[in-house]
Write a protein that binds this ligand. Structure first.
Ligand code: 5AD
Ligand code: FES
Length: 346
């Protein structure tokens, strides 16, 4: 297995069978070797810098019904909210003052935010903060809509593919959502010129090692600039409430594999990882991640954007969240960078 890790380090890819073998036969010793190599590669491209992205969760209305997600439309217990454009601009202002140069607008697929409203918000943010990168994460849209966001100045787009295996995708979603359309969206985003992020949950219901290997090959083929992964965490008002949580150890292993597969990728150490273990995000960085995404949403709506149970940071002000992460990152010998943190060229 050490041979496979060395091969991955050298060639940045493995066959599906090799990925499966590596995932299945991982041990603590093998993981430590993988993480050492992942850290070396990450440091080659990015040094000790960890990039911060200010996350603005601007609506938890969603027309979809993904079986894993706490803001699915059928969840009657979710307390719904939307931020006004003024509230969104206030979040950016606060964020800018405390040092953020990337804003991530994330929300459910909320029909209230029509193309016209989205373009108005994108224009306003880019006019006010021309030196900042704007990332959108608002789900599946038509190619024309994506193009219009890009023309309005949006720089990046996050859309997790959730799972590359089509049968598995159908087990996680209702019939109204298709794996084909999900992949169509990601290819459109890349072609349009967005710095694109995909990603998946680790330990989602029915997931096998084979699915994870397919995720690696899908990502290798798509060549996204960012990949967001985190453990699946059951949410009590979803059909998947009784499934087990994804493991810390497998999530870290997948982060390491991603770093060796796409050496210069931007890889967040996610809030979900911080939720399943008190040092989850630090361990993510030590496994090869190089991005953290503190929350910039106003305090009164924080506790309503609950995709999964026990989410951390729901009671903290933006500045507290940034300071907390800064301290955590420093505690392991890394540093928060203030730049936009674009993907470095190979
Ligand atoms: N556990 C972990 N991650 C989740 N997401 C949604 N629901 C859950 C959950 N229960 C992830 C999905 C989505 C992203 C915004 O959050 O991967 O794309
Ligand atoms: Fe939000 Fe620590 S990162 S409070």
């Amino acid at each position: 297995m050490v041979g496979l890790i060395e091969k991955l380090e050298r060639e940045h890819t493995l066959s599906k069978e090799e990925y499966i073998a590596l995932i299945k036969s991982r041990t603590p010793e093998l993981s430590e070797l993988l993480f050492e190599k992942a850290r070396a590669v990450r440091e080659h491209y990015y040094g000790k810098d960890v990039y911060i992205r200010g996350l603005i969760e601007f609506t938890n209305y969603c027309k979809n019904d993904c079986y894993y997600c706490g803001i699915r439309c059928k969840n009657r217990n979710a307390e719904r909210y939307r931020l006004t454009k003024e509230q969104i601009m206030d979040c950016c202002k606060t964020g800018y003052e405390i040092g953020f140069r990337t804003f991530v607008l994330q929300g459910g697929e909320d029909p209230y935010f029509t193309n016209e409203r989205m373009l108005d918000i994108i224009h306003s943010i880019k006019r006010q903060y021309p030196d900042c990168a704007l990332t959108l994460s608002v789900g599946e849209k038509s190619r024309e809509e994506y193009q219009s966001y890009f023309d309005a100045g949006a720089d990046r787009y996050l859309l997790r593919h959730e799972t590359a295996n089509n049968e598995h995708y159908r087990l996680l979603h209702p019939d109204s959502l298709s794996p084909e359309n999900r992949k169509r969206c990601l290819h459109d985003l890349k072609e349009i010129g967005f710095q694109t992020g995909c990603g998946f949950m680790v330990g989602s219901p029915y997931q096998t090692e084979e699915h994870l290997a397919e995720d690696m090959l899908f990502i290798k083929d798509l060549k996204p600039q960012m990949v967001g992964i985190g453990p699946f965490i059951p949410q009590h008002d979803t059909p998947f409430r009784d499934f087990p949580q994804g493991s810390l150890e497998l999530t870290l292993f997948m982060l390491g594999l991603l770093r060796l597969t796409l050496p210069n990728v931007l890889l967040p150490s996610t809030t979900a990882l911080g939720t399943i273990h008190p040092k989850g995000r630090e361990l993510g960085i030590l496994a090869g991640a190089n991005v953290v995404m503190p929350n910039l949403s106003p305090k009164d709506v924080r506790s309503k954007y609950l995709l999964y149970d026990n989410k951390i940071c729901t009671g903290d002000e933006a500045a507290e969240c940034k300071n907390c992460l800064q301290m955590r990152v420093r505690s392991i010998g890394y540093d928060i960078a203030v730049s936009r943190g674009d993907c470095k060229k190979e």
